[in-house]
Design a protein around this ligand. Structure first.
Ligand code: SF4
Length: 453
């Protein structure tokens, strides 16, 4: 691995007392893997430099076999919409080009910028249209807009600070061109008419309680009451603080992420978990991250799927400032997916993200341990703004053609996987059927929903 331009002096490095052969034997036998085992598999052995192609294939084969044992030949996807509320954010994560400095959004900034903020009514309109197309899930992950608060009481508490902008990253909505409303108002707007709302990452949950003595559990309970149905375990990046210190020093720490996720589970919300790899971290950090997720799942059982996300480096500060010289190689991607499958013996589904990897490589990862192929994503701002070349939208027909082409069975699923439908490639029309208004019509043939607000 030669991505990191600097040596960060990390305490954790990929050195182990294990051998590749032992780790592979444990993986093949279905034994629970240690962090050292994970490192041996991710590196194809720390006894030599670089990835050994023969050993890599052995790891991929073991993972593919495990996938077949655990979930069979089905490849799932969900009909979903991305509705991100705002790109205003001050957190300054160095891997992110989604955010725009929040000051640009202020009424008197005079700065021309490409960002956006949606009011609850605007979010509602986007969701209403998507539901009429047959969408099931609304995914919403947003920047940490300084005017976003949980509710009116939270606004009052934040405004009561002597220097709220500096102390609690708060400015009142009147300062901005567009008022994003409160988190609870956005939840209500996006969950109406039966939409499954997948939102409020641990980082957003932290923003929703900042400056108060409220717990994550308080926040998630109220968000769930307002319509939140499941939680994306993003903002995880790498759950080792020495890596977070480099790539996202303004973000919550590993312990906070875990605490928030446990709270979401306590409230009964299903959740996903992610890893974003291929920047400054090494294979020891990746394996340690997997251990944090597996431990969390041992305690909660609420993680429905694990989502490996390869860092898209172009146009991010990490790349532009020369802190990294690129992202992960595809061999590393294959091994990350495979070792995720082998290490996370308590998480049923592993996702291949076509937005991050593209169609061809995304399909290949389905033979490395992955069994979920993400969602239709009617709008996808995040990856596009980071310079990713894959984009926008995947129809049910696309899914069926791609999944059957690799000899697997296409299955439309609900977010929590409890509802599934095997899609017959011959059926016409070929569209989603699980959404509250879905009748099998292809997603882009919009039916006009009645204006109800
Ligand atoms: S990753 Fe999230 S919190 Fe970090 S800068 Fe981007 S939008 Fe803000």
């Amino acid at each position: 691995m030669d991505r990191a331009v600097d040596d960060f002096g990390f305490e954790h490095v990929p050195e182990t007392d294990q051998s590749f052969e032992n780790a592979l034997a444990k993986a093949r036998a279905g034994d629970r893997l240690t962090v050292d085992d994970g490192v041996e598999l991710l590196t194809t052995g720390t006894d030599h430099e670089g990835i050994d192609p023969r050993r890599k294939e052995q790891v991929l084969e073991a993972a593919d076999r495990r996938r077949a044992e655990v979930v069979g030949e089905e490849v799932t996807f969900v009909a979903n919409l991305n509705n991100n509320v705002t790109t205003a954010c001050n957190t300054g994560c160095l891997f992110c080009n989604f955010k725009d400095t929040a000051a640009n959004f202020e009424r008197d900034s005079g700065v021309d910028h490409p960002g956006f903020t949606k009011t609850p009514a605007e979010s509602r309109a986007v969701v209403r249209d998507a539901l009429s197309r047959g969408v099931y899930e609304v995914t919403s992950v947003s920047g940490l807009h300084p005017a976003l608060a949980l509710d009116a009481e939270h606004h009052e508490i934040l405004a009561g600070y002597d220097a709220p902008a500096n102390q609690v990253n708060y400015k009142p909505p009147e300062r901005y061109d567009t008022d994003p409303g409160t988190y609870l108002e956005q939840m209500r707007a996006m969950s109406r008419d039966g939409a499954h709302l997948h939102s409020m990452t641990p980082e957003e949950a932290y923003h929703a309680i900042r400056g108060t003595d409220w717990s994550y559990e308080d926040a998630y309970r109220r968000l769930a009451d307002a319509g939140l149905a499941s939680v994306p375990g993003t903002a995880a990046e790498i759950l080792v603080d020495e890596v977070r210190d480099v790539i996202c020093p303004g973000k919550i720490r590993t312990d906070d992420w875990v605490e928030a996720m446990e709270a979401a589970a306590t409230v009964g919300l299903p959740m996903t978990a992610t890893v974003m790899y291929g920047h400054v971290e090494n294979e020891m950090h990746r394996a340690m991250h997997l251990k944090v997720v597996r431990d969390l799942q041992d305690r909660t059982g609420n993680i429905t799927e694990f989502v490996p996300l390869s860092f898209v480096h172009r146009t991010t500060p990490l790349y532009e400032r020369g802190i990294v010289s690129g992202g992960a190689t595809f061999e590393e991607d294959e091994l990350m997916v495979a070792v995720s499958r082998l290490f996370l013996d308590n998480v049923e589904h592993v996702q291949s993200s076509w937005v991050k990897y593209g169609d061809e490589r995304g399909l290949k990862l389905l033979s490395c341990g992955a069994d979920d192929f993400m969602g239709t994503i009617l709008s996808e701002e995040i990856t596009k703004r980071a310079g990713g070349s894959e984009g926008e939208f995947r129809s049910v027909r696309d899914y069926v053609e791609m999944i059957t082409a690799v000899g697997r069975v296409p299955v439309e699923r609900s977010t929590d996987y409890r509802t599934r439908r095997v899609v017959d490639p011959e059926e016409r029309p070929l569209g989603p059927t699980l959404g509250p208004q879905a009748d099998g019509t292809p997603l882009m043939a919009s039916q006009t929903a009645p204006a109800d607000d």
